[in-house]
Design a protein around this ligand. Sequence first.
Ligand code: C2O
Ligand code: CU
Length: 444
Amino acid sequence: MIHAPSGDTPAAYQRAYREAQPEPGGMVVRVNLEARESDWEFTSRRPTRAWTFNGQVPGPCIEARVGDVLEVRLTNHLPEPTTLHWHGLRLPAAMDGTDMVQHPIPPGGTFTYRFTLLDAGTFWYHTHSNEPVQLERGLYGAIIVRAPDEPLLDRERVFVLSDVMLDADGEVAPHDGADRRGGREGNVRLLNGTSEPELMIWGGQVERWRIINAAGARYVRLAIGRRPFRILGTGGGLLEAPVVARDVLLAPGERVDLAVGPFEPGELLSVVAEPYDRGVGQGGAEPFATLRVGPAAPSAASVRDVLRAITPLVDGPTTASREVSFTEEVTVEGEVEFLVNGERHHRADPVTVGELQIWDIVNASAVDHPFHLHGFFFQVIERNGVPTALRSWEDTVNVPAGGRVRIAWVPDDRPGEWMYHCHILEHHAAGMMAHFAVVRPSAA
Ligand code: C2O
Ligand code: CU
């Protein structure tokens, strides 16, 4: 296990990192998750009644290899029904954890999710029931799937970013609908369930940071002491080559893998969300953690120039086969509605296995919306009519206010009921989502 090396020395971490590098998968990874209310210290001031998996926020980090079978038995000890969605994983429709494909697990009930892990990357699991409430209270966790040829750095860490709105008593404040338009951003920012922790990296070392934005609405334009880092991967795994940047935008649901460092011993850097205006106004930089650089240690990190090849799904100009439009409308009663193609909980046309999909995601509203497609990866091919230079696989992409993002994807042979939605949880709950079927050609 990468996260618990024996002996807190740089060499122990390097050894643990290398030992965790997988042989080809093929094992069954069994995990028991219990969703239950537990005390959790989001801040050091006082404990909060949180909703947890196995008593912790985030839930246990699940680690496996490409080719392994993941079997997760979820027992629900919460006072209300719940389900688990496996964000980014290509699994059979019946395992997707939405209420289209399963009955929510009642209080006292259990359900076993079982599927093969097909892709390497940084993924996450989260409740897919009463999401604005259940997710904020703590029902989310990371899934790391490794391939045999991962870049080798000095240490690897998983950081789940989120936030929570605590009231004066330290409890999660009730949802009153006041933050419906932009979605609710908490007043406490969290890294691995803790408010603004201090992290340590050894001088001269380079670490792989797998970062997940699990917040319900908060965008994180992540910067680390405003120093350059290398982006190794995004939601659907590694890029073709590392990209140097000083900040990277993570909309809710998105992930990024970075090579961080090296830094000089004694430096103190802050891990912050730089200002980003998603249409709801913008404040200053918001700290998530402090990074202290410890004494120098030898580095054995090596990041290849070529990480992998990504075959483009399209080559040259395209025309959209479908338009998905995100709009906001104010009803005569003054309620804001969040719609897809003019409807709440839109029913979209089926797509056929093997047929190239070119979708234009159009945001006609004045706030950004992160588009998330369940169960399949896509390539972003254009933003506002401009072809994208960087090729990657994604399951979530931000569609800026007034913007248009063209994606391409091919449904592989996993027929069933699927969905896409805005990953701002209040918008999803308000109906900014669509259901559609993936069908086999004979049935089309
Ligand atoms: Cu992470 Cu339906 O979403
Ligand atoms: Cu939205």
